[in-house]
Write a protein of this length. Structure first.
Length: 726
């Protein structure tokens, strides 16, 4: 392997890499003991809180009962003692602003006591409420800076934990972030509201089935995270990866992923060491990581936890991304969560497995063993089908951002068309319901709700079709179109809300049709499911989502195909979406509007950064390398000519032509960048229609040059190096 000095240094650092710490000793501290050791868990609370206080806090966690201040004071004091015993000096309210990242504000436990000394203090009020100066977070115009302060409010349902750092530890308290006028400035608040809406509506269905025992219906989520690991030396030699999170240049390597030899292959030693330490850190925080494996692309991996309550899973997912990045650095690597870090190589997604259930009834999307359970399952399953069809544009909008555009709508899974994969068996069941309305004529193929049992549905059947953006996988739906870098809060918020709306509509109908007579329920369900399938069955598609035929078919079915973020993001603010969020008190029209604005702004900014980087790298790294080579070639030609050789100048001609094109296209890009700013939507549109095409042209010439210019002159680590040297 050759290359210029920076690249050779990187390669030598990779070769000479030595682990910086002792190997982890899982025999000394078994993972079972480690698990949740840094969490102020219910077990710790039970141990440390007076019984009535423990009972009261548990009522808040499990049933949503209000939290009184005297309870909060006692909890805060116990939490502080526990944290200080674990070496904590500070506490932090952790919140999740609209950037999709995690934010924390740290405060010391110490307060002066008036004698020139200090005492450790932490009151219920400090636990419950904080006031970060979050004025610089995007709010989409909700909160002008003169009234900048929002406050953070403890989310009792997500447990407090201790985050370790080499120089001390911090007590972290998951919180919601809201403005003084009560508007949500974050991603957690709407999710909590949506989960509440789902519970309220689901209870009505359970009541019809006589299945009420008061236990909450909660949404569950299991997010599978895909990511890349590359050596940090390469990363630092790539300004594009460092600043934009993805490579803006890079010719395809001679060997890519076509052999599939990386997929589920043996995990390289350093990578495995890094994964194990990441997992250990996550265990301590009570994040139940379960599986790890290589993904399709070289250098790509996946990690998945066991599912949890959607709100907790969301907080844990944020921690997982933080921990992946933090630990990777310790091992001399960088974890890249961008959806498409390398062109021509598989991108990364985050499959969000979604379901809902209650402590007493279990998973409500699990087909049961009895006709009663099956009928209930079919009702909830139909609710999801109806929801996804009715609100497909909204679902598309919550996964729309600059990074994910490289997957959705491009020639990569899953497509931008939202559809549901149900699997053959379940599709067959719903088909029977659909055609079986007139029981007399089609009695043979009719499945009688409440009488017949379902054929056994294969678990994981959905995995046979990886091209679907939304797949039923035996007892849950898997939303596969979510991007690897994004917070799962908003996708889950949307899912909870649209399913709540569907369940509401279904419950209203069934309540009217049965009029309190449980004996009429099965017939009413049969009729209603049939209607739902007639109206919404078009969303079901079990075939190849990548195929051109599907694009045509989807169009014929009237399914929206929103290829880019600029088309998709405004759907979050559509009339239907605004109405929906308002009706279920998930987001006010103003909160919706602010989110659309922030998303468009983030899209425009992300592309603008990429465009500026493209111009800069083209001018300051690639152009100089190209003209050096050009000059070398020219000198050789002149020398050859001087000694009387006849020769052709093909390579020199080609390089000269490419250098000219590179220069011209860079000028074009600069011109596109220099435009007058407009509204956020205009900016986003400009990014899509002007900046991206201009960037693509520059890249094309640069990548061609990479295949011609002498390797020792090429300044950027190659795809080959980044993806294959581990
Ligand atoms: P697969 O490998 O087929 O995708 P897994 O069984 O490994 O399926 O599950 C993938 C993810 O789905 C895991 O995070 C798992 O915990 C999660 N999951 C399983 N059941 C549920 C459920 N009821 N609700 C939400 N997520 C679930
Ligand atoms: Mg999966």
């Amino acid at each position: 392997m050759s290359g210029n000095k920076a690249r050779l240094d990187a390669i030598s650092a990779v070769i000479n890499y030595k682990p910086i710490s002792e190997p982890l000793n899982f025999a000394e501290t078994p993972t079972k003991e480690l698990f949740a050791s840094n969490v102020f868990s219910t077990a710790v609370m039970k141990q440390r809180l007076p019984k009535p206080v423990y009972k009261s806090i548990m009522a808040t966690i499990q049933k949503g009962a209000p939290l009184d201040t005297s309870t909060a004071d006692v909890v805060a004091s116990a939490m502080k003692d526990w944290a200080i015993e674990k070496g904590a000096t500070h506490y932090a309210h952790v919140f999740y602003p609209l950037t999709g990242l995690t934010a924390e504000k740290h405060d010391s436990f110490l307060s002066p006591n008036g004698d020139g000394l200090a005492i450790a203090e932490f009151s219920g009020e400090q636990l419950i409420q904080g006031e970060p100066d979050g004025s610089s977070f995007p709010t989409g115009g909700i909160r002008p800076t003169f009234e900048a302060r929002g406050y953070t409010a403890w989310d009792v349902t997500s447990l407090a934990y201790i985050l370790e750092n080499p120089n001390g530890t911090t007590l972290c308290i998951p919180t919601a972030f809201v403005s003084w006028t009560g508007e949500a400035l974050d991603k957690k608040t709407p999710l909590l509201r949506a989960m509440k809406a789902l519970n309220t509506q689901a209870q009505r269905i359970l009541k019809l089935f006589g299945d009420t025992d008061g236990s909450l219906v909660t949404s569950t989520a299991g997010p599978e995270q895909e990511y890349f690991l590359i050596d940090r030396n390469f990363f630092l030699a790539r300004p594009d990866l460092m600043t934009a999170g993805r490579t803006l240049f890079g010719a395809a390597p001679a060997k890519g992923q076509e052999f599939d030899d990386h997929y589920f292959g043996a995990i390289p030693e350093r990578v495995l060491a890094c994964m194990m330490e990441t997992e250990r850190e996550l265990y301590k925080l009570g994040v139940p990581v379960k599986t790890r494996h290589n993904e399709v692309a070289p250098g790509q991996y996946e990690v998945a936890p066991v599912f949890e309550n959607a709100n907790v899973a969301t907080d844990h997912q944020q921690l997982l991304m933080i921990m992946l990045k933090r630990v990777a650095e310790k091992y001399g690597m960088v974890c890249i969560t961008h959806e498409k870090p390398f062109a021509g190589v598989n991108g990364s997604g985050k499959h969000v497995n979604f379901s809902f259930g209650s402590a007493s009834l279990g998973n409500l999307l699990e087909p049961g063993d009895t006709p009663h359970e099956n009928a209930r399952f079919l009702v909830f399953c139909a609710a999801v089908i109806r929801a996804v069809d009715k609100y497909a544009p909204l679902l598309r909008s919550v996964i729309a951002h600059a990074g994910n555009d490289h997957r959705l709508g491009a020639n990569e899974a899953p497509p931008a068309i939202i559809s549901i994969f149900l699997g053959d068996q379940l599709t067959e069941v719903f088909e029977q319901i659909k055609t079986g309305g007139a029981k007399s004529s089609k009695a043979k193929s009719t499945l009688n709700i409440g009488v017949d049992t379902l054929p056994p549905l294969p678990l994981h059947s959905g995995d046979r079709n990886r091209t679907s953006p939304f797949a039923f996988t035996g007892n849950k739906f898997e939303f596969r179109a979510v991007g690897s870098s994004q917070s799962i809060a908003t996708p889950l918020m949307a899912l909870n809300t649209i399913v709540a709306e569907s369940i509401d509509a279904i419950a209203t109908r069934l309540e009217a049709d049965t009029a309190g007579d449980a004996g009429k329920l099965d017939d009413a369900i049969q009729k209603l499911l049939q209607e739902i399938m007639v109206e919404h069955g078009r969303i079901i598609f079990n075939g190849d989502g990548y195929s051109e035929a599907w694009h045509k078919e989807a169009e014929a079915r009237g399914l929206p195909n929103l290829r880019t973020s600029v088309e998709a993001i405004p759907e979050f603010g559509s009339e239907a979406a605004v109405e929906l969020f308002k009706k279920y008190n998930v987001l006010s029209p103003r909160e919706v509007e602010s989110r659309v604005e922030v998303k468009l702004e983030q899209y425009a900014m992300a592309i603008a950064v990429e465009a500026k980087l493209t111009a800069k790298i083209a001018k300051t790294m690639i152009f100089p390398a190209a003209i050096r080579y050009q000059s070398e070639l020219a000198t050789t030609c002149a020398n050859l000519k001087a000694v009387g050789y006849s020769f052709d100048t093909n390579t020199l001609d080609r390089v000269t032509e490419l250098v000219r094109c590179l220069q011209d296209s860079t000028v074009e890009l600069d011109m596109a960048l220099a435009h007058e700013g407009g509204s956020v939507f205009e900016e986003a549109e400009h990014a899509l229609k002007k900046l991206i095409p201009a960037m693509n042209v520059v890249r094309e010439y640069a990548d061609t040059l990479e295949t011609i210019v002498a390797d020792d002159l090429w300044p950027l680590p190659s795809y080959q190096e980044m993806l294959f040297i581990k």
